[in-house]
Design a binder for this molecule. Structure first.
Ligand SMILES: Cc1cc2nc3c(=O)[nH]c(=O)nc-3n(C[C@H](O)[C@H](O)[C@H](O)COP(=O)(O)O)c2cc1C
Length: 349
């Protein structure tokens, strides 16, 4: 039995706004992964809330490629007969950009599209090659970041919560901590419902550990604020470890749920004092097929076959012949090959 069983609950300020957000964790935004297919599979395994990947304001404004697929009703419309099971709600649409006016316009489009929450990304490391002042850049320019927070809050109707994604700082300097608190406090003053804080700096990207001590300190410094923690959540136990060690109200699950939707069911089991279950081969087959089916509906068969490779590779770690299965997934180019791998390795009763 897990040592972390029982007594964690969702803060009433969240339940009041989002009654279906009934467990203190959610699936993070994960660029290139967390599309509607991954989100629905997560929900079917107990995930109560999801965030889209960071959506570029300018692409939203220009009505660009992919916007239709970001409609939270898209899969429900494709599968009318099971639409009620394909509800991709509650969900936050995450907006990223360079300038307050455009970010606000992007946020307004997400509201129109039916998102329940608007999440502002001031966290992601800017691309190295075409250095653009987006995301985590604003941790080095907090006044501009606050302009964004103001503009987005102003345009989003009052009944729709806004939230913020941040990293612990731009780098390890003292000034960086001051800048963090300016943005964090700015969001609180503007009534942002919560902030998700990734315990790595922007400069750190994904290298080295997430500093959970920063989260502990933040919770102590700002006891009234609603905080979700992010960083180094690789299994269900980590969710409760982070909550216990740092005092955050909940946890954002990121790399730990790629190819592992069971993390959500396991977390619910722990909350209910049950033993978390390891997925059987049949359960792995079911999740892989379901993900492939939804991915195909979203992107078409050819793109799905390509996109699903990286998921298959992640899923393979649960298979007893993981190395062999991983190599098979790497070589997949078509739906036929996908089916062959599943029939060869995932039909064990
Ligand atoms: C491939 C990848 C894509 C990501 N994309 C986003 C994103 O679009 N929006 C966001 O807020 N965070 C994004 N993140 C950051 C994660 O949400 C999370 O904060 C980070 O991975 C730390 O958590 P972990 O160590 O448990 O993975 C991304 C992370 C990865 C690895």
């Amino acid at each position: 039995m897990s040592q972390f069983a029982t007594s964690v609950s969702v803060d009433p300020r969240i339940i009041e706004k989002l009654p279906k957000f009934d467990a203190p964790f959610f699936q993070a935004g994960l660029a290139g992964y967390s599309d509607a297919a991954m989100r629905i599979v997560a929900r079917e395994h107990g995930c109560p809330f999801c965030v889209t990947e960071a959506l570029l304001d300018r692409i939203l404004i220009s009505g660009g490629k992919g916007r239709r697929r970001e409609d939270p009703e898209f899969l429900a419309k494709e599968h009318e007969e099971e639409a009620c099971n394909l509800q991709d709600h509650p969900i936050a649409g995450q907006v990223i950009g360079m300038e307050a006016g455009e970010m606000a316009e992007g946020a307004a489009i997400l509201v129109e599209m039916g998102y329940d929450v608007i999440d502002v990304n001031l966290a992601c490391p800017p691309k190295r090659v075409r250095r653009r002042n987006r995301g985590g850049y604003f941790l080095s320019a907090p006044s501009k970041g606050i302009e964004i927070l103001e503009a987005v809050r102003e345009i989003v109707p009052e009944h729709i919560p806004t939230t913020l994604k941040l990293r612990r700082g731009f780098d390890d300097s003292e000034e960086s901590v001051t800048n963090f608190y300016r943005l964090f406090d700015g969001a609180v003053d503007l009534n942002y419902l919560w902030a998700t804080v990734h315990g790595r700096s922007v400069e750190q990207r994904y290298n080295g550990p997430s500093r959970w001590e920063f989260l502990t300190e933040l919770v102590k410094e700002r006891p009234e604020a609603l905080i979700f923690g992010s960083g180094d959540i690789m299994c269900a136990e980590d969710i409760f470890k982070m909550m216990e060690q740092t005092g955050v109200h909940g946890v954002s699950v990121a790399r730990g749920c790629i190819g592992n939707p069971w993390i959500f069911a396991q977390a619910r089991a722990i909350m209910e004092g049950r033993e978390p279950k390891v997925p059987t081969i049949q359960e792995q087959r079911h999740a892989l097929l379901r993900h492939f089916e939804l991915c195909t509906d979203l992107h078409g068969e050819q793109t799905a076959s390509r996109l699903m490779r990286k998921f298959g590779i992640s899923f393979s770690k649960f298979h007893p012949q993981s190395e062999e299965v991983r190599k098979e997934f790497i070589g997949i180019h078509s739906a036929g090959e996908w089916k062959r791998v599943l029939d060869t390795y995932y039909c064990i009763s």
